[in-house]
Design a binder for this molecule. Structure first.
Ligand code: DC
Length: 222
């Protein structure tokens, strides 16, 4: 099966780039972060302690979730309720990062992620797509950007939505999250040995997509 993995820290532009690539190629898209977000939300709703690894893993293994094409992209339905915007909140992001640190949860979500690899191909967006979930992917990309640039992007997103934010606090927050994600013992955030690293700090989305498409062509995937 043809698989392209795009890993990297949050704010590097993975989501936008992967959605665009999937639309251009007509391939499937796996937003693996959404699965961790949904698991965090489902655990909270079922009043499961996030420190109770086995019970959170059971929640992950039994997620009643569907992804349905909607007018603004993919709609996420959890136990019959649309949670598309709820899972994008900072609060759910924090639940996600806690459940993502539990090895049993990662194991429970492994096969579900691999099941997304279907014809004609898959773009997989995450942190460990190239290292753990799809080690045989035809093209692996590690997309990154400086902490300052990622904080600026987040700052712009928040202020555009009318939410007040502090840039220094965002930079601090992103640095702390990078540190945690890169140093955790299970599936730490790092480029696969055979990944190409793209630094998007001073690149536009179009430029990143062009570089990626060139790689995909070079690898003979299209
Ligand atoms: O990309 P995101 O912000 O939606 O990810 C939510 C959380 O899940 C974040 O803390 C990183 C974690 N995650 C992970 O550990 N492995 C993945 N493949 C995807 C996300």
């Amino acid at each position: 099966m043809k698989v392209i993995t795009v890993d990297g820290p949050s704010g590097a532009g993975k989501g936008t780039v992967c959605a665009r690539l999937a639309a251009t190629l007509g391939w499937h898209l796996l937003d693996s972060g959404a699965l961790y977000r949904i698991t965090g939300l489902a655990a909270e709703r079922q009043a499961v302690e996030l420190t109770d690894e086995q019970r959170v893993a059971q929640v992950a293994a039994n997620l009643d979730v569907t992804f349905e094409p909607g007018k603004d992209g993919v709609a996420v339905i959890l136990a019959g309720e649309e949670v598309t915007t709820t899972i994008r909140t900072e609060e759910v992001g924090s639940l996600a990062s806690q459940v993502a640190a539990l090895p049993a949860v990662r194991d429970a979500l492994l096969q579900r992620q691999r099941d997304f690899a279907q014809a004609p191909g898959l773009i997989a967006d995450g942190r460990d797509m190239g290292t753990v979930v799809f080690p045989d992917a035809g093209v692996k990309v590690f997309l990154t950007a400086s902490a300052e640039e990622r904080a600026q992007r987040r700052f712009r997103q928040l202020t555009e939505k009318g939410i007040s934010a502090s840039l220094p606090a965002l930079i601090e927050d992103i640095r702390a999250r990078d540190e945690r994600d890169s140093n955790r013992s299970v599936a730490p955030l790092k480029p696969a040995h055979d990944a190409v690293v793209i630094d998007s700090t001073s690149l536009s989305i179009d430029e990143v997509c062009d570089q990626l498409m060139a790689r995909v062509q070079q690898a003979g995937l299209i």
